[in-house]
Design a protein around this ligand. Sequence first.
Ligand code: CMP
Length: 153
Amino acid sequence: MTERTLVLVKPDGVQRLLVGRILARFEERGLKLVGLKLVRIDRALAERHYAIHRGKPFFEGLLDFITSGPLVALALEGPNAISIVRTMVGATRPHEAAAGSIRGDLAVETAQNLVHASDSPETAASELALWFSPAELLDYEREVDRWVLAPEE
Ligand code: CMP
């Protein structure tokens, strides 16, 4: 099933010059880039994005971190994009992330784990709506998709 999902390359990814390499992993996998922006978010958006973590001991630090500098928001599309991206990103705690995943290859700390990715269809829908207006999510054809995607039945 074709899905769309949100990925954030968080401020540590921007500061560590990893935006291009992280984006390339998703492109090389075959996922389609349908939205892209560099933003420095305010605390209000950070609180909405991480609302599920309100009340946890790391919540204020998480808000400080995610608002500390620019980040890159990506919207990616593809068959089973949500679970494909989650697997590519790896476990939240980098010491539990599989080698070959972004966190397993590039991160060592939970608070500086480089990327955020939507964890379910419901979360993907609400997070995409939070980060992108409808006009910022593009529909377009890719020639390469005849080699990446199975033909429609
Ligand atoms: P992310 O996928 O962006 O979703 C919530 C984030 O909270 C998570 O990645 C981590 O960066 C951060 N996080 C989760 N647990 C902890 C923790 N115990 N201490 C600090 N940060 C945490």
